[in-house]
Structures are given as structure tokens and as C-alpha cells.
Design a protein around this ligand. Structure first.
Ligand code: SAM
Length: 368
């Protein structure tokens, strides 16, 4: 097993059977071995920096009925809300002052937010905060919508594929949702030019070690810039109310494997990980993650964006969340930084395109 981790560290890929062997047979010693290598790999690209993303959960209306999710349309007990454009801009203002240089607009699939409304919000945020990156997480859209958002200035898009196994997908979702469509959206987003994030829940109902091994094969094929994973946690108003949650140990082990499989990927240590263990987010960073996503939504709506039971940080002001995470990261020897926190390759491209713009400008001046 240790040899397999050495091989993964060297080649950044294993066969599905090899991944499966690790996932079904790991223990705490093997995890420790993996995490050290995962940390070394992340240090090569990102040092001890931790990137922060200001999460704005701007609507909990959703037309979908995913069986695991607390804001599914079938949950009649959810109190629905939508932020106005002004509310969203206030969140950005506060976030900017707190040192955030990436904002993430996340919501249910809410038809109120038409392409016109979204592009207007995107344009305003990007013109008010030109030095910030804007990430969207709005679910499945048509190509034209993704393209319009990108043209309006959105930089990144998060769309968890939830599982790499189509048969498993159909056990987590109603029949009208299709795995193929979701995956097509990810390839579409990539082709448009977004920095793309996919992801899945660890320990979701019916998931097997074979499925988790398939996740790593899927990630290698898609080659996304970001991967968001967290444990599945039951929500009391969903059909999965009595299902067991995913474990912290397996989630951390998957984070370590992802880091060695996609060495420079942006990998968040998620709120769900912090929900199943008080030190979950710190442990996620120590397993190879390099991003945290504090909440910038107004406290008045936080409890309403309840995807799963006992979600943490629902009562804290944005500033408290920001400084709490900074202290937590410091306690394990890492530093929260004020930066857009682009993907390693994308930031190299951004730097070189800026340089070429500068050299074109210089050349134009010289020829004037
Ligand atoms: N509507 C957008 C989408 O579909 O991508 C973004 C919002 S969606 C609620 C964000 C993510 O929350 C999902 O992709 C899912 O992985 C996660 N999530 C939902 N319910 C969860 C649960 N019970 N436990 C853990 N994660 C959950």
C-alpha cells in the first residue's frame, strides 16, 4: 500500500484497481504517510498560503429535488429567500474590506435569476472590484447562459458532478436529472474558458469503494482546476434523513489522493468537513487542501441555506468567520492570504498575458 502511494506521488495516476485497494484498506498510519506527501506536493505549488473565497449564498429557491439536499424543492419546511442585487453588492463590499479577492455566488437553481439579471450582477461586481475573481455556482445552464456569464466577466464555475458513476447518480437524484447532462455542462464550461470546479460527496448513500476509485479516474480525465469534496451529512427534511454521514477519515484520505492525482489543483477544506468534526477544516488543510470558503452571506439568511443538519458558522458575522479561520490556519502553521488565489497554471497564463499586453503597449509606444 505504501508503494502505491509512492507510485501515485511520482506518476500522479493509478489504475482504478490500485485506487480501490487504497480506499478500501487504508488505516491511520497509511493516511499519515499519504498526508505528508500531499502536503509536500501542495507546498511546491502554493507554499503555506491558504486562499479564501467569500461565499455569498444568494438564493435558496431551487427547482431541483435532489434527494440529499436540504433546499430541494420538495422540502416544504425550508424558508425561502433571495438576496437583492444591493444585498449582494453589500456582501462584496464587506468582503473586499476583509481582504477577500474572490467572491463566490452560490445558489439553488432559481429561475428568478434570469441570464439578464445574472449578467447585470456579474458586470457590476466585476466593474466595482476589477482586481477580484468571481466564481459562480448556479447549477446546470444552457451553453448560451454560461457563455453570457463568462463574457460578462465571471472567471470560475463550480459544479459538483456529485458522483462519477451514472447508476449511483440516479439513486441520488430524481429521474429528470441526468448524469450525462451534468458532465456535459462541465466540459462545456471548460471549453468556454472558465476555471472549472467539479466535486462529490464522500459517503453519500449507496456509494462504494469502487465508486470512489472511479472518482479519481474521472478527475484525471476532466482535469479540473478545482475539486470540492465534503462528507455527505443527512438533512432531517429529506428522503435521506436516516442515512449515515460520510466519515472525516475517508474524506481526508480522498483529499490526500486528489492532491497527489492533480498536484496543483485548488482544493477546499469544506464547511461540511468542519461540521462533522470541530477541527475538520484544519485537518483538511493538513491532508493537502489549500482553500477555505468563509461565509459572507448576511447572518439573517444563513440558517435558511441549510443543505444538511448542524451546518456550522450560521450565526457568525462575516468578519468573525474570516478571523476565526485565519486563527485556525495560523494554529497549524498556514497563512490566509489576500489574493485572487488563481489556479497555478491559470495564474501563470494570466501573468504571461499581462506581460504580453505590457510588451505590446511598450512596443506601440516605441513605434509611436
Ligand atoms: N445549485 C448549485 C449546484 O447544483 O451546483 C449549487 C448549490 S448545491 C446546494 C451545492 C452543493 O451542496 C451540492 O453540489 C452538494 O454536493 C452539496 N450538498 C447538498 N446537500 C448536501 C448534504 N446533505 N451533505 C453534504 N453536501 C451536500
Amino acid at each position: 500500500m505504501y508503494k502505491l502511494i509512492d507510485k501515485l506521488e511520482k506518476d500522479h495516476v493509478l489504475s482504478k484497481e490500485e485506487y480501490k485497494k487504497l480506499i478500501s484498506g487504508f488505516d491511520s498510519d497509511l493516511s499519515g504517510y499519504l498526508f505528508e506527501k500531499a502536503r509536500n506536493t501542495r507546498h511546491r505549488f502554493y507554499g503555506k498560503d491558504v486562499y479564501i473565497r467569500g461565499l455569498i449564498e444568494f438564493t435558496n429557491y431551487c427547482k431541483n429535488d435532489c434527494l440529499y439536499c436540504g433546499i430541494r424543492c420538495g422540502n416544504k419546511n425550508a424558508q425561502r429567500y433571495r438576496l437583492t442585487k444591493d444585498d449582494i453588492l453589500l456582501c462584496c463590499k464587506e468582503g473586499y474590506e476583509l481582504g477577500f479577492r474572490t467572491f463566490v455566488l452560490q445558489g439553488g437553481e432559481d429561475p428568478y435569476f434570469t441570464d439578464e439579471r445574472m449578467t447585470d450582477i456579474i458586470r457590476t461586481i466585476k466593474s466595482d472590484y476589477p482586481d477580484c475573481a468571481l466564481t459562480l455556482s448556479l447549477g446546470e445552464k444552457e451553453h448560451e447562459s454560461y457563455k453570457a456569464f463568462f463574457d460578462a466577466g465571471a472567471d470560475r464555475y463550480l459544479l459538483r458532478h456529485e458522483t462519477a458513476n451514472p447508476a449511483h447518480y440516479s439513486k441520488l437524484h430524481p429521474p429528470e436529472l441526468s448524469w450525462q447532462r451534468r458532465v456535459n455542462c462541465l466540459y462545456d464550461l471548460k471549453a468556454i474558458g472558465y476555471q472549472v470546479g467539479c466535486g462529490f460527496m464522500v459517503g453519500s448513500p449507496y456509494q462504494t469503494a469502487d465508486d470512489l476509485a472511479q472518482e479519481l479516474i474521472f478527475l484525471k480525465e476532466l482535469d479540473p482546476q478545482m475539486v470540492g469534496i465534503g462528507p455527505f451529512i443527512a438533512h432531517h427534511d429529506t428522503p435521506f434523513r436516516n442515512e449515515k454521514s460520510g466519515t472525516m477519515e475517508l474524506t481526508l484520505f480522498m483529499l490526500g489522493l486528489i492532491r497527489l492525482t492533480l498536484p496543483d489543483v485548488l482544493l477546499p477544506s469544506t464547511t461540511a468537513l468542519g461540521t462533522i468534526h470541530p477541527l475538520g477544516r484544519e485537518k483538511g488543510i493538513l491532508a493537502g487542501a489549500n482553500v477555505v470558503m468563509p461565509n459572507l452571506s448576511p447572518v439573517s439568511v444563513r440558517k435558511k441555506y441549510m443543505l444538511y443538519d448542524n451546518k456550522i458558522c450560521t450565526g457568525d458575522e462575516a468578519a468573525e468567520c474570516r478571523y476565526c479561520l485565519q486563527t485556525r490556519m495560523k494554529s497549524i502553521g498556514y497563512n490566509v492570504v489576500t489574493s485572487r488565489g488563481d489556479h497555478f497554471q491559470s495564474s501563470k497564463r494570466l501573468r504571461s498575458s499581462k506581460q504580453s499586453v505590457q510588451s505590446i503597449a511598450t512596443a506601440e509606444k516605441l513605434t509611436d
